[in-house]
Design a protein around this ligand. Structure first.
Ligand code: CA
Length: 444
């Protein structure tokens, strides 16, 4: 498992649509001693757990509400939530991904909180990233517009980093934070970095080491390709732009040899190799920041290399905090959502824990200007959120089966045994079939 990858914090829970969801749910546990009681279910690692427990305590004290916490690991969350829903014990407040919105709305699991948050005096919607709020809007047809069904716990701009010391040692000019490498320039730099540094006949340093499932998107988009048509009805992976970028991705290993081989990556995965200083260029996400403060080398963040369009691209994840349709205390539940997503103190403690960038625009500007923590170019994360980040292609459709299908049989391309163009041509109809089924389920 790639530890640093999006598992950690920000992936949509691409599972909701597959659930057999019942109708309404029974109200959750009773109130003890007259105090209003809420259940909050979420997922995260130790740092995140601690930060949220603290935030919840502060909320309880300030609002006279008792909050029961149910916390799971990232891997267990979908299963546990599914069980809670099946058992009609839907938590009052819980995490959802953008990919869950349609199914949860259709099945009456999550509450429309538009009126609460728009009329609220404890939250300023305009100071929260539009991308985050819009990810949980749904107008009955399309996610991204309409009523609000959750507020963003965070937004997760997925960026790209490099090991400064390694580049300097190889005599490579440091990359420009405002001008992405072309594909060719990137390969040239990666080749220079790939080396047998101790002369024992085996490589111990590589230009990069990327995971196709989480890193292909920036290269496809910047090369003018995409997964879907604008109206999300047609799978568009069988284009020359898409094929060229996937082929380029596969060639990093097969032609240029600038990434650890499959065998080398099995000995020690690329995340570990990056942290040991063996890899020059590697993806960097907000939830990596606490861990990466302690790396034994200097590093910074840059735009992803860009294909034919010349414009860099990347994706941005998010998780939302929603309120159960069946909650007995909607006002308090929404207040908790607001507290977790937009309260200044709560946000600051999450940001200080190094697990996310601020949800609040004004706080984010202060954070980006702070040079006492790495990376220097924090602004890149904000640019992804504000300007060029896109949702993962599978995140805004009724389910992600069509999207996952691309990766299911992709290995021969990565191994150089099948061309990207051939593969995409045969994968497109399979993906289209899944997409049609998803759109049909969504009633589109
Ligand atoms: Ca060696």
């Amino acid at each position: 498992m790639m530890k640093s990858r999006p598992m950690a914090a920000t992936l949509a829970l691409f599972t909701a649509a597959g659930l057999m969801l019942g109708g309404c749910s029974a109200p959750s546990g009773g109130d003890a001693g007259g105090e209003k009681k809420l259940t909050f279910m979420f997922r995260g690692g130790e740092d995140e757990k601690k930060a949220y427990e603290k935030a919840v305590e502060q909320f309880e004290a300030a609002n006279g509400v008792d909050v029961d916490i149910i916390v799971t690991t990232a891997d267990q969350y979908a299963t546990k939530l599914k069980a809670a829903i099946a058992g009609k014990q839907v938590p009052d407040v819980f995490y959802i991904g953008p990919g869950d919105v349609q199914a949860y709305v259709q099945n009456g699991i999550v509450k429309d909180i538009t009126e609460y948050v728009e009329g609220s005096d404890t939250i300023d919607l305009d100071n929260i990233w539009e991308y985050g709020v819009d990810s949980y809007r749904y107008d009955g047809k399309r996610v991204g517009e309409g009523a609000i069904y959750a507020l963003p716990k965070d937004v997760g701009p997925f960026s790209f980093g490099y090991n400064k010391n390694m580049l300097e040692k190889a005599g490579i000019p440091l990359p420009d934070k405002d001008k992405p490498y072309t594909f060719d320039e990137f390969v040239a730099a990666a080749k220079k970095l790939t080396a047998d540094t101790n002369g024992d006949g085996t490589l111990d340093q590589w230009g990069t080491g990327l995971n196709v499932q989480w890193n292909l998107q920036p290269f496809v988009w910047s090369n003018g390709g995409d997964w879907l048509s604008e109206d999300r009805t047609k799978v568009t992976v069988d284009t020359p732009e898409f094929a060229e970028s996937l082929q380029w991705f596969a060639d990093l290993q097969n032609v240029h040899g600038v990434t650890p081989s499959v065998a080398e990556a099995q000995t020690l995965d690329t995340y570990q190799r990056w942290m040991k200083g063996e890899i020059g260029f590697f993806p960097i996400a907000p939830w990596d920041l606490s861990t990466y403060q302690k790396l034994g080398f200097e590093w910074d963040v840059i735009p992803y290399p860009a294909g034919d369009t010349g414009e860099t691209a990347s994706w941005i994840g998010t998780l939302g905090v929603a309120v159960s349709e069946s909650t007995k205390h909607p006002e308090e539940a929404v207040k908790l959502v607001e507290y977790l997503t937009a309260n200044k103190e709560a946000q600051q403690s999450l940001v200080d824990a190094g697990i996310q960038i601020p949800n609040l625009k004004d706080m984010a500007e202060t954070w980006a200007a702070d040079t006492s923590t790495k990376p220097a170019n924090k602004e890149e994360f904000l640019q992804i959120v504000k300007d060029y980040g896109r949702a993962l292609p599978g995140g805004n459709t009724f389910n992600a089966e069509w999207y996952d299908e691309l990766f299911t049989n992709i290995q021969p391309v990565l191994d150089g045994k099948q061309t990207a163009a051939d593969y995409l041509k045969e994968a497109q109809p399979r993906m289209q079939e899944f997409l049609d089924a998803a759109n049909q389920q969504a009633g589109n």
